[in-house]
Design a protein around this ligand. Sequence first.
Ligand code: AMP
Ligand code: GLY
Length: 426
Amino acid sequence: MNVLLLGSGGREHALAMKIAQSPRLNSLFIAPGNSGTARHGQNVPLNILDFEEIEKFTVNNRIELIVAGPEEPLVKGIADFFAGKQPAVIGPSKKGAALEGSKDFAKNFMVKYNIPTARYKSFDHAQLSQGYDFLDSLAPPFVLKADGLAAGKGVIIVNELSEAKSALKEMLDGKFGAASQRVVIEEYLRGVEVSVFVLTDGKSYKILPEAKDYKRIGDGDSGLNTGGMGAVSPVPFVDEIFTAKVRDKIIEPTIKGLQAENIDYRGFIFFGLMNCAGEPYLIEYNVRMGDPETEVVMPRLDADILELFEGVAKGSLNGKQCGVSAKNAVTVVAVSGGYPENYMKGYEIKGIESVKNDIVFHAGAVEKNGKIFTAGGRVLTVTSLADNLSEAVESAYKSIQNIKFTDIYYRKDIGKDLLKETSVLK
Ligand code: AMP
Ligand code: GLY
């Protein structure tokens, strides 16, 4: 099979690695890719939002499958563009992608299909005073979300009512452009977050390994929000009972809801959950895999991913094998100093080749004349797979010390909160 993978992050390096392990693969192309994806296939400089350009490439290179890494091409309708023609696209139609592209659509969907979620209301510019009234009716902290895609920055959580009101006004006045023309205000959920992923052909689904993401820049979950600073899989509290609740209350109603709405959904669904005293609540949907979650999910996936993708494309996923390794995976993200605010690019990265026992996934990294240079905020991630969490944490941290670039920064506590949790449980 000839495959075109879209995207350029650590997630895409992990997907490229998994795709390249498949005996079904003939050629893998990655657009635009990074210095890591280039080790598993050929990077091609395509604009992933220019579907005509992508189509020309797929015809010339006899591509049979497009795998969408990030959400933008899906929200813009790449699956609809190729519907009914070759190649098949792994990722939902535009209507399905609205589960991520519009928080208001997603919340309406959750309520309609009885999926547990935080109580909410949404407001546009003309409804500012109703928005203030709704805030008055809630207890702090206050959660405000831009309806549309805002590069992961559209969620504001504040403790003071006055701050919440000014944030609402600023958002409706265009703080996040068109994304915040409508704002969702919701009840604050207290609990521990976990991400659950499924792959679906619209009828059946496979549950992939779950993961915990570390979103804040600083140790102990302090400082600014980021795209993700590390991840762990499995997550200790996700036992059979919790998984059964997630399946019955969240995954199944979602798949049935998509069918009832006649939404063509063939791809990944990422459920961002909050575990509130043992009960799962859905915070958000994403219509793609997570980053850096993919960097712990793919190494634990015991399956031929192209066989699964073929099942997704042909509607025959039910009969496919999808095993999960019992091993523990931990990934630590190394970022450019200053991220998630301003940072420098173009520093040489050294030491990647000296990491022998773990996997280095490249993210914001490019290769020039045989050398690797930083090219983004999140530069690379180091994933370790071991028999237990403590060994995986130890190994990932040992390996990452071999990697050097100017102003490198990474969190020192990834997975360590869960180590404490498991030792207390024992
Ligand atoms: P979202 O983009 O919807 O995932 O929100 C970003 C982050 O804000 C989530 O990962 C949570 O940490 C937090 N968050 C969002 N909604 C809520 C909520 N209702 N209660 C508590 N925290 C939330
Ligand atoms: N790591 C969070 C995300 O991919 O959305």
